[in-house]
Design a protein around this ligand. Structure first.
Ligand code: ADP
Ligand code: MG
Length: 309
């Protein structure tokens, strides 16, 4: 069955200009489609433009140019329908500490004009595993619980698309797992998920497809498994007798993890660099290679290779 696109982005640009002399190109010709029912992950280093993108979707940042439609609605022509179609969990936690989770969700539902009898407060509290805390002051909740409350707030109007910006940032390891389970179960109920994250291992586990953003441009866009297969990386650690000069040409296509008197560790794409050339260019510097150990790369290495410098 052909699933429909729930997000369509064409040639999206965003320039922030502080004054006429200094401007930042935060999104540079972004093209993207997300299909119904997917978990789509947008990855990228700090400053890549992830939050800018999400803030454009949520209507808190204006795009400079390009097309965006959400759930079939154009963001310029039907901003209200776009907002009704998405639930956004922003990067910053903002929940009023003096309300209980239940009260906060009721207020949020009120803001969306949802009548009392149509509210699903208990269902949502259960989904994010906050039933037991529903009547505690929010200020007494842990960071992970507050984050889950943010997710809950995004769900009151039953949006078909939920967008989470770095949902697990600052959440400790155990609670992170809990949050991901919540997101998975939401997805099982048919909700399309778009998320940004720094935790690549989790992106690898969670996401059906991944886009990697660097300096406002997509440097990769594929299914998680294709991405790992296509961009085959290798991690190599050379034990050496002196420091390698990495200013040379060949090294510019590698991601250098560490380089000192004893070791040189690099990641490279198998299709771009060959091990024999690498060894040769080290040895022609008069450096002795004492030992070599290699590892097949994971998503983290793919990410580092694609977003180097
Ligand atoms: P990410 O979420 O991937 O870390 P952001 O979208 O926050 O990236 O930032 C992308 C770029 O845009 C960065 O260079 C950042 O400094 C800049 N930027 C973000 N928000 C603003 C703003 N309100 N005003 C000016 N520049 C901004
Ligand atoms: Mg961000």
């Amino acid at each position: 069955m052909n699933k429909k696109n729930v997000l369509y982005v064409k040639n999206l640009n965003k320039t922030y200009s502080k004054d006429s002399s200094k401007s930042t190109l935060a999104l540079d010709g972004l093209n993207l489609e997300v299909k119904e029912g997917e978990i789509f992950g947008l990855l990228g280093p700090n400053g890549a433009g992830k939050s800018t993108f999400i803030n454009i979707l949520s209507g808190t940042t204006m795009k400079s140019s390009g097309e965006v439609s959400v759930w079939g609605f154009d963001i310029d022509k039907n901003p209200r329908q776009v907002r009704a179609s998405i639930g956004i969990v922003p990067q910053e936690i903002n929940v009023d500490p003096f309300f209980t989770p239940r009260k906060l969700l009721e207020l949020q539902a009120g803001m969306y004009g949802i009548r009392k009898k149509d509210r699903i407060t208990d269902v949502i509290l259960k989904l994010v595993s906050l039933e037991d805390q529903s009547r505690s002051y929010t200020r007494s909740l842990s960071g992970g619980m507050k984050r889950r409350l943010m997710v809950a707030k995004a769900l009151v109007h039953k949006p078909p698309i939920v967008i989470l910006d770095e949902p697990t940032a600052g959440v400790d390891v155990e609670l992170r797992g809990n949050l991901w389970d919540n997101v998975k179960s939401l997805n099982k109920q048919g909700v399309t998920i778009i998320l940004t994250t720094h935790y690549l291992e989790e992106a690898e586990k969670m996401c059906d497809r991944i886009g990697i953003l660097n300096k406002g441009r997509l440097v990769a866009l594929d299914s998680t498994s294709n991405l790992l297969e296509k961009i085959q990386t290798k991690k190599v650690k050379f034990t050496v007798n002196k420091k390698v000069n990495t200013q040379e040409n060949l090294f510019s296509s590698l991601k250098i993890l560490s380089n000192n008197e004893n070791y040189l560790s690099v990641i490279y794409e198998k299709s771009k660099v060959n091990m024999r050339d690498l060894i040769q260019s080290i040895e022609t510097q008069g450096v002795n290679i004492i030992d070599i150990s290699t590892d097949d790369g994971d998503l983290e290495d793919v990410f580092l290779t694609l977003t180097k410098n």
